[in-house]
Design a binder for this molecule. Structure first.
Ligand code: FAD
Length: 371
């Protein structure tokens, strides 16, 4: 196999695949990911429509991939539900099984893929050494797109990985009747759950809970029964919905600690640069958007229009300008939602002043991304 590339991308999720599609039009690109496609992944599977034009320009028409066009949002707490008429930009319900696979097929047209794990990346003056479990490779530029948390973060000694990450997420697809155009958010003790339809009509239940609350119940079934069912909407859902898979997907140690888009001379994209709280429903769009930004500066660098220091500084400034305030609002919203008294006040306010909700949602989203 070729061992020298213009660009090596560690991680083939949404950020890595988007960057591969962009950069492989002009450079030779290798994507390294340990898992084969298609595969299910932890996610609420609500994709903000800020990315549809951009993805279409890359050759992936997401509006063709799913009939589940979502423009309504409802929120419940205990036995109380409210509903807003519309989401400012809206989104679609699409499984990661389908979305990642379509991006992968497109990326594969011009990029090489290696099914392996990156274990180390070392930077030299004008190249990088990338160590996988099997190979030592070289590239003029490297993008790190390994997601929320990876052993590579430990190897690179990133500060966020030293801190505790007490969050656990659970996802399962079900057969259940609910409107195509609705995404629901339901609060329960210690966490919250999202419900929305994906492209094949299945309903995705995805929830986030702090480990302190979960550990009292030992397993997911007991937790669902004792805690999720305290919420009236989730109780009805769990009593009637039919699971599609044998068992749910789970991940633990999810960290919302602040990260940096640059580490040493390494460029981070997607969740590797920063993870927005899932209740905002904007992580996928941010991953795709950050990949577009990084690809733009890497292209300028490889075409010798800017030097390495400018590449790192321009990307870092652009990333912070675009995403920092969304992350801040996300942290603030999650705090409110998970606190019983503040979420009761928020519920009361939203019931009386429903126009506030679209304004809050806008703060955690961007505008349509221009191709
Ligand atoms: C519970 C939950 C619900 C969510 N719901 C939503 C939602 O409804 N809407 C939304 O927009 N966002 C949501 N998000 C956020 C969204 O899932 C992420 O923001 C998005 O997946 C980020 O894409 P990514 O490419 O950065 O990472 P990922 O898609 O996680 O991809 C990372 C890739 O890197 C690979 N990898 C890891 N380590 C290595 C290594 N050492 N070497 C090589 N490859 C490696 C992995 O195999 C993986 O394929 C949710 C997140 C959570 C936790």
């Amino acid at each position: 196999m070729n061992k020298n590339y213009d660009v090596i991308i560690a991680g083939g999720g949404l950020a890595g695949l988007t960057a591969a599609i962009e950069l492989s039009q002009n450079f030779n690109v290798l994507v390294i990911d340990p898992d084969a496609y298609p595969r299910h992944k932890m996610c609420g599977e609500y994709l903000s429509l800020e990315v549809d034009n951009y993805l279409q320009s890359l050759g992936v028409d997401v509006l063709e991939l799913s009939d589940s066009k979502i423009d309504k949002f409802s929120f419940s707490q205990g036995s109380r539900t409210i509903r807003t008429a519309s989401l400012p930009l809206g989104g679609i319900g699409i499984s990661r099984y389908s979305l990642d696979y379509h991006l992968y097929v497109k990326a594969k047209e011009y990029s090489d893929f290696l099914c392996d794990r990156v274990v180390d990346v070392v930077s030299f003056d004008n190249y990088y050494k990338v160590q996988t479990t099997e190979f030592e490779l070289q590239a003029k530029q490297v993008l790190i797109a390994t997601g929320k948390r990876s052993l590579l973060d430990k190897k690179l000694e990133r500060p966020f990985i030293q801190k505790k990450s007490p969050w656990l997420a659970v996802k399962m697809h079900y057969r259940y009747e609910m409107p195509n155009d609705l995404v629901e958010l339901h609060a329960f003790h210690g966490g919250y759950a999202g419900l929305s339809k994906v492209e094949n009509g299945d309903v995705n239940l995805c929830y986030l809970v702090n480990y302190k609350t979960f550990k009292r119940y030992k397993n997911i079934n007991t937790f669902n029964h004792k805690v999720l069912k305290e919420n009236k909407v989730l109780c009805k859902f769990l009593n009637t919905a039919v699971p599609v898979w044998d068992k749910p997907i789970t991940i633990s140690q999810i960290s919302f600690e602040q990260k940096e888009p640059i580490h040493g001379k390494l460029i981070m994209i997607g969740d590797t640069a920063g993870l927005i709280h899932p209740l905002c429903g904007n992580g996928m769009a941010m991953a795709i958007h950050s990949a577009q930004k990084a690809s733009h500066y890497v292209t300028q660098f490889l075409n010798k229009e800017i030097n390495q220091a400018q590449l790192l500084s321009n990307y870092s400034k652009d990333w912070k300008r675009t995403f920092s305030s969304r992350l801040r609002y996300g942290r603030w919203l999650q705090k409110i939602l998970l606190n019983k008294s503040s979420s009761s006040i928020a519920y009361w306010l939203l019931k009386r002043f429903p126009f506030i909700l679209p304004v809050i949602i806008e703060k955690t989203h961007g505008k349509h991304i221009q191709p």
